[in-house]
Design a protein around this ligand. Structure first.
Ligand code: NAI
Length: 396
């Protein structure tokens, strides 16, 4: 019997809860701390059953979690695996909530983990982090949508493979953690974990993609309204594509330098962004000649536009207070910059994007070349948790 705890109450939490609960010998519980979600979900459970439908393979999974609660004391004790499946800005409150109640040997999964999942785990769980096995995945297993709260959700697409990294705790979990997770998800996606947990922080691609494209499009914006929102990925020009290549390359150079100093640390999954596109979107990209053509011809990006705010006359202006900057800087680029600073590696392109972006969202992270601005404490950079040496960053 596996006791699995799903942390969150959104799209992914519904799919994970319904699918997991339908597996034999599995008890699924849900912890959702947000607003009245626990209450709403509990109410929905009365007399009905959660149904998750997978559109691509026309399967459905019908089963309820045994408990849904806002109170960690009611659902955390006894959990073998805890899967945190909320946006990165909400991870910290889940780490704090589970900390007093989790057992030794528990597996904690960031689904997705995003940049700094490792630092938040160590920073918030403190000594208890070493008793947990930590796994961070690069994304969600599916594209999914909740259709009726507590009652139904749809899987729109399932990945073939999902890359992650793991740090085993002491004691080791009684069951193989990846096999445990795979059993909950079924055959697809195939879960692959390799390398050091830090690889998921340095290879959290949204950290590079969204801020670099925002910078490319708007760094010299004249403030005048536009007729329509420009295409986000498919409207990228050479300059923005180059900026994305350069910010990602700076992340790769941080990884390489760490591997040079600590040969036992495997960060080989940290690759240039073009290789990530080739790995994840090979079937969707029409012209893979270079990064710009790959972005322009990626079918998964068809029609996706820049975030904008509409004026009364239907003209639009860019919306800088959107997650592409408000999340992907503090839970993305600033985290990479923080690791680079500890490694004393200069990152002129990351700095350029970060300085521009932080000003747009009214934050101070990078000041006079140091990541010590007044808002660093709101980021997941290692400095925010007092991790200031390479060993601390690696969780040693
Ligand atoms: P979601 O947007 O449905 O999650 C929202 C949930 O997060 C809420 O239901 C609530 O439980 C929690 N939350 C929101 N605001 C909060 C706050 N201020 N304080 C505390 N909790 C709060 O997210 P979804 O779709 O379930 O995705 C989870 C993660 O996976 C996100 O990081 C998302 O970017 C990523 N992702 C989602 C995909 C999808 O198809 N849904 C695909 C790939 C990645």
């Amino acid at each position: 019997m596996v006791v699995a705890l799903v942390c969150g109450g959104g799209n992914a939490a519904h799919v994970l809860a319904g699918m997991g609960a339908s597996r034999p010998d599995t008890e699924v519980r849900v912890l959702t701390l947000y607003a009245d979600e626990a209450e709403r979900w509990e109410k929905a459970l009365e007399g009905t059953t959660l149904c998750v439908t997978s559109k691509p393979d026309k399967k459905s999974y019908t089963a309820n979690p045994t408990k849904v609660s806002k109170d960690p004391a009611k659902v955390v004790p006894g959990s073998d695996i805890i899967m945190i499946t909320v946006p990165a800005f909400a991870h910290a409150q889940y780490f704090s909530a589970i900390k007093p109640h989790m057992k030794e040997g528990v597996v904690i999964v960031g689904l997705p983990g995003r940049a700094g999942f490792d630092f938040a785990a160590h920073g918030i769980l403190g000594e208890k982090a070493s008793c947990c096995t930590l796994i961070s995945f690069e994304s969600l297993p599916w594209a999914c949508r909740l259709t009726e709260y507590g009652l139904s959700a749809s899987i729109l697409g399932t990945k073939q493979v999902l890359q992650g990294a793991m740090q085993l705790g002491t004691p080791n979990p009684p069951q193989d953690p990846v096999a445990m997770m795979q059993r909950l998800l079924g055959e697809r996606p195939v879960l692959k974990t390799s390398g050091h947990l830090l690889s998921m922080t340095l290879m959290a691609v949204n950290s590079y993609i969204h801020p670099s494209i925002m910078y490319g499009r708007w760094h010299d914006y004249d403030g005048l309204p536009l007729k329509d929102a420009p295409l986000f990925y498919q409207g990228v020009d050479e300059m923005a594509a180059n900026m994305l290549t350069k910010t990602s390359d700076e992340g790769v150079s941080v990884a390489k330098e760490i591997m040079k100093l600590r040969p036992a640390v495997d960060l080989t999954t940290v690759t240039p962004i073009i290789e990530w596109y080739q790995r994840c979107y090979s079937g969707e990209i029409g012209d893979p000649t270079n990064l710009m053509t790959s972005l322009h011809t990626n079918k998964a990006y068809d029609g996706l536009k820049h975030p904008v705010t509409e004026n009364e006359d239907e003209s639009v202006v860019p919306n800088f207070k959107y997650r592409y900057l408000t999340e992907d800087l503090p839970f993305g680029l600033a985290v990479v910059r923080g690791v680079a600073e500890i490694m004393k590696i200069s990152t002129p392109n990351i700095d350029k994007v970060l300085l521009w972006g932080q000003e747009k969202i009214g934050k101070e992270y990078l000041v006079q070349g140091k990541l010590n601005g007044k808002d660093v404490c709101e980021t997941r950079a290692p400095q925010a948790y007092g991790l200031t040496t390479l060993d601390a960053v690696l969780g040693f």
